[in-house]
Design a binder for this molecule. Sequence first.
Ligand SMILES: Cc1cc2nc3c(=O)[nH]c(=O)nc-3n(C[C@H](O)[C@H](O)[C@H](O)COP(=O)(O)OP(=O)(O)OC[C@H]3O[C@@H](n4cnc5c(N)ncnc54)[C@H](O)[C@@H]3O)c2cc1C
Length: 450
Amino acid sequence: MHLKNKNIAIVGGGLVGSLLSIYLKRHGANITVFDKRSDIRNEKSSIGRSINLALSDRGINALKSVGALDEVMKIGMPMFQRIMHSDSGELTFQPYGKKSQAIFSVSRHTLNSRLMDIAEKASVKFYFNKECLDIDSKNTTLFFKDTELKFDYIFGADGAGSIVRNKISQQSKNINPSVEFISSDYKELCIPADINGSHKIDNKSLHIWPRKSYMVIALPNLDGTFTCTLFAPKIGHNSFENLRDKKTVNKFFKDNFRDLFDLIPNLSDQYFENPTSPLGFVRCKSWIENNTILIGDACHATVPFYGQGMNCGFEDCYLLDKWINSNPEMNHKKLSFFLNERIMDTSAMQELSMNNYKEMRDKTADETFLLQKKIEEWFSEKHPKKWMPLYSMVTFSLKRYSKALELGNIQDKIMQSVMKDNDICGDFNFDELHNKEIEKKILAKIQNIN
Ligand SMILES: Cc1cc2nc3c(=O)[nH]c(=O)nc-3n(C[C@H](O)[C@H](O)[C@H](O)COP(=O)(O)OP(=O)(O)OC[C@H]3O[C@@H](n4cnc5c(N)ncnc54)[C@H](O)[C@@H]3O)c2cc1C
C-alpha cells in the first residue's frame, strides 16, 4: 500500500508537523495539516514558548534532505563555543567541537513560518484555528468542533500536551504514555541590543551562568538581542517560589549574576511580565495504533538541556522518510518495529538531556571537569577514529542516541580513571600528558574494552 494519493492528516503544524508534511508530500500523498492556533505567519512572534532554539547536525541533516536548509541558514546564528560566566564575572571558553563546528541559534517563529511556506508551495494544505478534539483510531477519523474527517493515515504532531496521544491511549493499552515534570521551571528574559542595534556580548557563543542548583543561558538573535533563560527550582532555596517581588528579583540577579544584571535595564519588569513554565518528559511504550502514528514532542518531549527536542523530532521525519522509501508497502508490523527501535533512541536522548542539565548547572564551573574535557579534546584530535567526545556524538553526528549514550558512559569512565590514577587535577600542565604517557594509557584502556 504505497502512500501515493493516500489522504494523510497531520495534527499540529508546529516545527515537526510542518517538516513532516514536506517529507510526506514527496511520496505523492494528499497532506492536510490542522493546527489549533491561528496562522503564526500573521503574528510578529510566538508567544509563551522558547523564542530561539539551537539547531544542530541532526536537524540540519533533516532540513537539507528536503532542500529547506539554505532558507533556514539565512536566519541561523552560529555559536562556536560556550562561554561560562563565573560569580565574579570571569569568563571561561569551551569550544563545542572542532574549529569550524557550530550549533545555530534560530528563531522558532521564523523557522516554523519558513517550513510552512515551503510546505504550502509543495501543495500541503494548512487549516488554522482547527483544534482536534477527538480521534477514532480504528476508523482513522478526526473530530473537530463542527466536522469529522476520515483519512488513510493520521500523524499526531501536536506537541507535549498531545490530544492525539491522550485519546488513542484511552482506546488502546499499547501506547501507555507517561508525563513527568522535573523540579525546575524556566523563565525567559531579553538582553536588549546596544544603542547601535548590536549585541552587547559575544554573539558567536552560547553564554552560561552556572550556579549549581540554578543557571541562566543566553542565545543570540539576529536583531542584536539575546534570549536568556533562567532555570531554577520551583520551590526551596533560590527558587521561583522565593522570587516574589521586584526587590527580591533585583537582589537575586545582582548577587548571583552581576554582569548579566547590568545588561538588562528593566530586568524585574520583564521578570513579572514573562511566564514561568514547567519542564518535563513525555514517554510512550508505543507510538502507533492502527494507522495513527505519534511523532515529535507528542511522544518524546524532553527537557531542553541538550538542545535536542526539535533536532530529534526533525530526525524522526528524516528516518521515517528513509524507512518509507525502503518499505513503500507500509507494512504495519515492520513499521511498529521501526518505531520501537526509535523509542530506544529517544529514551537515550531524554537521559542525555537530563545528564546535560546537571553538567551545565554543576560542572561547567568545575576546574577538573573542564580539564577532563580539554584532555578528551586533545586525545580525540590525535585519534578521531577511536574517540569522539559525547557532545560531538550527540550534536555533530548522526550516530544513534542509544549508541552515543553507551559510548559516552564508557569514555567517561576511562577519562575519570586516567585523571584519578595519574593525579591530574586543577593546576595541570599540558607537558605532563607526555611525561605521564597519558595517550598510551588511554589507548590501552580502549583496547581492554574492545
Ligand atoms: C525552553 C525550551 C527551549 C528549547 N530549546 C531547544 C533547542 O535549543 N533545540 C531543540 O532542538 N529543541 C529545543 N526545545 C524543544 C522544542 O521546542 C520541541 O522539541 C519542538 O518544539 C517540538 O516540536 P513539535 O512540532 O513536536 O511540537 P510543538 O512545537 O509543540 O508543536 C505542536 C503544534 O501542535 C498544535 N496543536 C496542539 N494541540 C493541537 C490540537 N488539539 N489540534 C490541532 N493542533 C494542535 C500546536 O498549536 C503547535 O503548533 C526547547 C523547548 C523549550 C521548552
